[in-house]
Design a protein around this ligand. Structure first.
Ligand code: UD1
Length: 421
């Protein structure tokens, strides 16, 4: 297994380009299954999770051509008639569940391996399934598979999601666009990635109102056409590089991004003492050499502070001036990285879903283990700040979500390299 070796102590300074969003790219790739004609998807990030989703589509018989500059042409015309997302692929990426709604809506039948739990929590899919049942699907769990059938087209329904779920909203939205009649999805997730998916569906001919709000109203259509679509920039990758610069008292300009999708994070970074300037598609953060100040926050669905940025800002707090409290409300095990940060000299106490962080002047390099995608990013940040060498094991987690992470950090002045394990 590859490892990352970081010799810390540098102040980050420079400019980088942000990649396309993983969490928007995944549902948009799943949505190609709804199309009658070929789709061209641009700005997909080159990441393991995207490759897994492409492999899943290929397994189902979808024809995929990869052009230059990460433009992918997808033609779902010859999909196999067993409509199956197999265990081997689903087990490596839970987001595979996103093909359930589109396959069922388009072909009246879907067999998707039941995704298990993962390092950050149990992650049930009950709301996805109940919403599809409300649209008339019959669902049974058999030999580890979700087997869903509809008698003809799915039927429009009025469905209330009792937890705000990003994947659940996306799955039900993709099912509703081809259902007969009107679907109203209440308490929908408003994350920018859900908006990006909805806009792609509209470009394919779907009729959706309330995009970006908690109530999505979908008038089902009989078919959707192919289109060209450019995936939004990755707001979590953006926030991660801003956090890394803040932790090192440095400066970074991130380009090809969207400042509007990241307001809660930018406000916290400003509270931490960062000077932030933005343009249409760039953000510049400058700490002007100052140590960050501790900032308290709790994670919650958009537009509140994103759980996917919690561990990175926790790493900033670990070296900030003062004490902070971070409450994780979305996933039960998502403060798991604090044990590794403490091994590097941080002073963090865990009380249930709350971390109480007393900032220390600096951290010390240590061998550490990545446990999930965003936790790994916090260890990279900690490694760059720390004196001495940090060796991060199990970095396949990082490769799921950060394109060219060592190259981008090297460009900012970090001393980081990958060694094959
Ligand atoms: C997506 C993101 C992930 C992010 C998360 C929350 C992708 C590929 N992943 O994950 O990076 O951290 O949103 O912003 O986009 N829940 C239920 N029942 C369900 C579905 C969810 O109880 O049927 C719960 C979950 O356990 C969790 C909460 O709802 O506590 C939010 O999860 P959800 O928004 O669904 O996360 P994902 O879509 O899996």
């Amino acid at each position: 297994m590859d490892k990352l070796i970081i010799t810390g102590g540098q102040v980050l300074d420079g400019e980088i380009r942000i990649s396309g969003s993983k969490n928007a790219g995944l549902p948009i790739l799943a949505a190609t299954l709804l199309s009658e004609g070929p789709m061209h998807i641009r700005n997909l990030p080159h990441l393991n999770d995207i490759t897994t989703m492409l492999a899943l589509l290929r397994t189902m018989g979808v024809e995929i051509t990869i052009h230059d500059e990460l433009c992918v042409e997808i033609d779902p015309a010859d999909i196999k008639d067993d409509y199956t997302a197999p265990y081997d692929l689903v087990k490596t990426m839970r987001a595979s569940i996103l093909v359930l709604g589109p396959i069922l809506a388009r072909y009246g039948e879907a067999n998707v391996s039941f995704p298990g739990g993962c390092a950050i929590g149990s992650r049930p899919v009950d709301i996805h399934l109940r919403g599809l049942e409300a649209m008339g699907a019959e669902i049974e769990i058999d030999e580890g598979y979700i087997r869903a059938k509809s008698n003809g087209r799915l039927k429009g329904a009025h469905f209330f999601m009792d937890t705000v779920t990003v994947g659940g909203t996306e799955n039900l939205l993709m099912a509703a666009v081809l259902a007969e009649g009107t679907t109203i999805l209440e308490n929908s997730a408003r994350e920018p990635e859900v908006v990006d998916l909805a806009e792609c569906l509209v470009a394919m001919g779907a009729k959706i109102e309330g995009i970006g709000t908690a109530t999505l109203t979908i008038e089902g259509v009989e078919s959707l056409k192919g289109c060209e679509y450019t995936v939004m920039p990755d707001r979590i990758e953006t926030g991660t590089y801003l956090a890394a610069a803040a932790a090192t008292r440095g400066r970074v300009k991130v380009k090809d991004t969207d400042p509007h999708t990241l307001e809660a994070v930018l406000l916290k970074l400003e509270e931490a003492g960062a000077h932030i300037t933005t343009g249409d598609d760039w953000i510049e953060l400058d700490m002007k050499g100052q140590r960050p100040k501790a900032v308290s926050f709790r994670t919650a669905p958009y537009p509140a502070f994103p759980t996917d940025m919690q561990s990175q800002i926790t790493a900033v707090n670990a070296v900030a001036e003062g004490t902070s409290t971070v409450v994780e409300t979305i996933f039960e095990n998502r403060l798991i990285q604090v044990h590794e940060l403490n091994r590097m000299g941080a002073s963090i106490k865990l009380e249930g879903h709350t971390a109480i962080i007393t900032g220390v002047e600096t951290l010390k390099g240590a061998p550490v283990m990545a446990s999930d995608l965003r936790a790994s990013a916090s260890l990279v940040i900690a490694g760059i700040v720390a004196s001495g060498e940090t060796v991060i094991d199990r970095i396949y987690h990082i490769d799921r979500g950060y394109e060219c992470i060592e190259e981008k950090l090297q460009q900012l002045g970090a001393n980081i390299r990958r060694v094959p394990g």
